[in-house]
Ligand binder design. Structure first.
Ligand SMILES: *Cc1c(COP(=O)(O)O)cnc(C)c1O
Length: 433
């Protein structure tokens, strides 16, 4: 069996983690790893994909990986930060992002959250007409340096995962551009509000092809042109094109690339590249997913009704989407010896189960893998976004430790603790004890 470069690198990191007992069959049954070198390369690829002449602020969608040291690292790499809750806003501020490099996008912003953002100068995208009215009231008494925009739903349709599609006819997000009367109402909203200078569209996430996203962005650009033409002034100065670029969970290949996505944007939305508009992006999954993995011990193996099952320490508590929607969120699984060395041998179909007490707690079913044994390690690949950073508190299982990883030129692996594992005392405190 030949390993890809990426698989060799993961094995190298895993072996070092075992040697240093960052994962350990008694004390550290599960851990997450973020490849900081890989993350830097992904950020560089994003920046390089857009023409250097375009005034662009690339923000990272904090929900994809809200761990503050990771956000800090992204800041030093030149990213801004997109947030959608008071917790994420606090995380972005703790990571040191300047307020004018933070974008606040929640669909349910309270008055207090808006006041806080407007006072700090954080960019805000209003979700609906009522929120625009609310901002009117607030800024009447407090002039704000914030860039203020409104989110439209370009209604270009959904992708292959309904729950990830935000530009369907009936999506809960933004102002539905094609609904009867809404273009006129929006135009009027801009006319009435000189402070309203940005348009925002986030078409969807995983499952939405780049073409669909680019067509949604094109509608935002066209509408910006329409507003500016109708008002006879350049009121709309920027377009926030959201994130949502899909990730390939099937192999180590990065596809699509940012370059390919920008080519789609150039085809469908050439107006974005004329320099007439500033641009903000909000990518999450595509920056982090392939730069993270989890490692978990196999505790037991058994056979039931003819099925081979490996019971591991990674389940729904760190892979909630995969467990509840296995067809939409398949994960690749690696099989390793207790040393971290990749297992080889004849492939046998095995169910990879988690520790949670419900029958569906499986991260893979009937997966052909070398036979697993107690004490072996499984890796869950491409889990740097929306997995270990977004735990589910089922069965009061502890939130696992996460390490940032760098490999130097001589092959030495450097680990930085990003988040310690949750202790039993913390679990007790969190449950009202
Ligand atoms: C979730 C989200 C993003 C990031 O989406 P990814 O698929 O992780 O790139 C960006 N913008 C908004 C408004 C979001 O809700």
């Amino acid at each position: 069996m030949t390993l890809t470069q990426a698989a060799k690198r993961r094995e190298h990191i895993l072996r070092a983690a075992v040697r240093r007992r960052l994962i350990d069959p008694e004390n550290a049954l599960l851990a997450g790893f973020v490849d900081l070198d890989g993350m830097a390369a992904s950020v560089a690829a994003l920046h390089a994909a857009f023409p250097a002449s375009l005034p662009a602020l690339h923000t990272f969608a904090a929900k994809a990986n809200c761990l503050v040291p990771v956000l800090k690292e992204l800041r030093t790499l030149g990213m801004g930060c997109e947030v959608a809750s008071p917790g994420e806003l606090a995380q972005a501020l703790a990571a040191g992002f300047a307020p004018d490099r933070i974008v606040f996008d929640s669909p349910a912003k309270t008055r207090a959250e808006l006041v806080h953002s407007l006072d700090l100068g954080i960019a805000v995208n209003a979700d609906n007409f009522q929120e625009l009215d609310r901002i009117d009231e607030l800024i009447a008494s407090r002039p704000s340096p914030s860039r203020l925009g409104v989110r439209i739903n370009p209604q270009v349709g959904g992708g292959s995962i309904g729950a990830m599609s935000t530009a369907t006819q009936t999506s809960k997000f933004g102002i539905a551009l094609e609904d009867e009367g809404n273009r006129k109402r929006l135009l009027h909203a801009f006319q009435q509000r000189p402070w309203l200078t940005w348009l925002h569209a986030h078409v969807g996430s995983q499952g939405c092809p780049p073409d669909l996203i680019a067509r949604g962005v094109a509608k935002a650009v066209d509408f910006a042109d329409e507003v500016n033409a109708a008002l006879g002034r350049r009121q709309v100065v920027g377009i926030d094109i959201g994130g949502g670029m899909p990730v390939n969970f099937a192999s180590d290949e990065t596809s699509p690339t940012y370059e390919a996505y920008v080519a789609r944007l150039q085809k469908y939305a050439p107006g974005l590249f004329t320099g007439a508009y500033q641009v903000v992006t909000e990518f999450g999954r595509s920056l982090l997913a392939k730069n993270g993995f989890m490692a978990a011990y196999v505790e037991y193996t058994k056979s039931s009704g003819g099925r081979s099952i490996a019971i591991t320490h990674a389940g729904a508590q760190v892979a909630v989407r995969t467990v509840f929607m296995p067809d939409s969120w398949p994960l690749r699984i690696g099989a390793h010896h207790p040393t971290g060395v990749t297992k080889s041998g004849e492939l046998v179909e095995q169910d990879i189960a988690g520790p949670c007490c419900f029958a569906g707690d499986m991260v893979a079913e009937a997966r052909p893998l070398p036979p697993l044994a107690p004490g072996d390690i499984v890796t869950l690949l491409d889990t740097g976004a929306y997995y270990f950073s977004t735990p589910f508190r089922y069965n009061s299982l502890p939130v696992p430790a996460v390490y940032g990883v760098r490999v130097d030129a001589t092959g030495n692996v450097h680990f930085h603790l990003v988040r310690p594992a949750e202790t039993t005392d913390q679990i007790l405190a969190g449950s009202g004890a």
